[in-house]
Ligand binder design. Sequence first.
Ligand code: BEZ
Length: 211
Amino acid sequence: MALQLGDIAPDFTAETTEGFIEFHQWLGNSWGVLFSHPADFTPVCTTELGAVAKLKSEFDKRNTKVIAVSVDNVESHKSWISDINETQNTSMNFPIIGDEDKKVANLYGMIHPKANDTLTVRSVFIIGPDKKIKLMLTYPASTGRNFQEILRVLDSLQLSAKYSVATPADWKDGEDVVISNAIKNEDIPAKFPKGHREIKPYLRMTPQPNK
Ligand code: BEZ
């Protein structure tokens, strides 16, 4: 059965460019982003890994560990990292899993045979500190991902894990949020002391609680 939101992210052991890991143990109490790359020494992947390396401090701020996977071996990844650092003007600062036997790719359903028999698509899994899958994204090989969007989703997930709120379309950190429909009107003042606007009985907005 394909993985779904709320499932426990499959655990695995693997060699990476930063040594051997047991995935759940490596995650510890952090949030995690596991994202796949079709293959080493490919142009779009090279730009993606460089982009994530540049955003590492943003992931750190969100208590989030990032890890990439590509169906080549660690030696190949290490040699590719030299190119990533050179061409993307960065210094790789997170691990890439060596997945020559496609163990991780298959565990997470990252190979979509009708897109490509052997290479992964561009998958993203966000995993919570409870090890449950909070987000899954699937992009084709030809489209590089927007990692600002991954940070935005992390902000939303972390906010709704703490407060009874959801975030509206195109929301960004600092903007008003939606009060959960599970909260009764009479309970709003105590829970959301910054006030609220009722646009419809089912659409109640409040300033972001932690700002
Ligand atoms: C790329 O990263 O550029 C790429 C990888 C596999 C297929 C197509 C593009």
